[in-house]
Design a protein around this ligand. Sequence first.
Ligand SMILES: *Cc1c(COP(=O)(O)O)cnc(C)c1O
Length: 389
Amino acid sequence: MPGRRFLHSPGPTPLPDAVMQAMAQQPMDLADPRVDACITACEEGLQRLMGTTGDVFLYASNGHGVWEAVVENLAEAGGAVLVPGTGVFSEGWAVQTESLGRTVVRTPVREGWPVDAAAVEQALRDDREHRIRAVFAVHTDTSTSVTSNLAAVRRAIDAAGHPALLVADVVASLGAAPFEMDALGVDVALGASQKGLMCPPGAGFVAVNRRAFQRAEANPAPRFYWDWVHRRHNASYRKYCGTPPLNLLFGMQAALELIFGEGLAQVHARHAQLAGAVHAAVEGWREGGALDFFAQVPETRSVSVTTVSVAQGFDALALRTLARENFQVAMAGGLGAQQGRAFRIGHLGDCNPAMILGALGGIEAALLQLGIPIGAGGVQRAVRALAGV
Ligand SMILES: *Cc1c(COP(=O)(O)O)cnc(C)c1O
């Protein structure tokens, strides 16, 4: 079908033309001052985006790579980490941490709810010997589309008087929802290129404050590629432990320029506006009785992605296929226990009102074709939300 297929997965997300053009150039020799300038621009841009003066380390990796980087740098073999339950992403990080020989303490996942800060505080109080090295908190869990309150997690750690570091996974929220690493008292933040940053997959990054860096220095766990101490180097390309993913970094530099050109506050406001339109449509659809928000608390609904649960007897996978093949709207499916029982609409990154209305219109058409009952006026509500009337 002619025209563009709209990509509304919560990652990878569509690439702005400026990012594609920036990547469409020949690689350079590593001593070229343009390489140094690009790496510096990416590091400084990411610091600004995350609100931190901490060290930024970029890896040729996806988000799972930087999950591993955090484990290897902050916990020794047999050391423990607390992972507050949020959904598929907290559990994935916990399983990966255990696979690396660390112990994981979990707080329970409450489906459709944010991190339970009281449970975090209790788990830390119970750890009298201070075996827990860090709390690994997922800011927006992309499976549930719930955004948790990182300030509440910080308060829980402080209230328990526990020395654990706070590590925030902002893969799905950075560049969409406000996040101020230093002001929040987050010690390490991690992200990836392919979501709110509007770049292709393949670059992961962490920001590390002094306290966390010192912990890494004192951590005897054997490591090399992921090691922050080893990566802190004056020659910027050396920070990559080999060849940097140059063309991806050219794209990231362009993406950061787009974000700061628009203005970070405006970027956040646009995401809130577009999320509001999607939520308005779902409010309309759910009146048919077959669809509902997965996120139970309206204030915790993510500005990046919306998970819509589908009642038993209706086929969420068929809906996705129909939306993609007949109407050119590619969405994501339910993850974990939600597989086949939910669909997820991504609304982050390079996105505007016309694109959102197009996507919602395509999804509504697919819902009608499949005979999934929806209330009248889903898309119309989104139009009104965008018009502010
Ligand atoms: C996408 C995502 C990840 C994993 O990133 P990959 O690049 O797919 O490995 C981790 N955490 C969150 C919250 C995510 O949304």
